[in-house]
Design a protein around this ligand. Structure first.
Ligand SMILES: [Zn+2]
Length: 137
């Protein structure tokens, strides 16, 4: 889990790290949804040779596929995930201020803590219900 979090933070911080995940991609560097533009818009590659255009946002974890050559990664990202802090930036990461980068990483960490809390709470409720059933029978 710690390794997974570290990887996620690396992808949040580095466009180059996101770009390096694209082992295959059906579009050229001259097309609007080139690897560089996909990485710039926050996406990491999650597909395979059989599924060559699946990506996931490193911030909101939204998964997208069925890209078309003229799709614009930033606008597609915002269209499918309008609350995503990364997509809301609408500009390459090297134009972000340090404050903006910190804000995005902070929000990511808060979301992860909340997600983990909800997961543990649901697990605790499930155990509680099982214990109640055991006591009743
Ligand atoms: Zn996103």
């Amino acid at each position: 889990m710690a390794d997974q979090n570290r990887k996620a933070i690396t992808y949040l911080r580095s466009e180059k790290a996101r770009e390096a995940t694209f082992t295959v991609w059906p579009f050229s560097s001259r097309q609007p949804c080139s690897i560089k533009k996909m990485a710039e818009a926050g996406f990491v590659f999650t597909g395979s040779y059989k599924d060559p255009d699946s990506v996931q946002c490193c911030f909101c974890t939204k998964q997208l596929n069925n890209w078309e050559a003229n799709d614009e990664p930033w606008s597609e990202h915002l269209k499918h995930s309008p609350q995503c802090q990364f997509a809301l930036m609408q500009k390459p990461q090297d134009l972000w201020t340090v404050g903006e980068l910190i804000k995005v990483i902070e929000e990511y960490c808060c979301n992860e803590v909340n997600r983990k809390y909800e997961e543990l709470e649901a697990e605790a409720k499930e155990h509680y219900e099982k214990m109640r059933e055991m006591i009743r029978s």
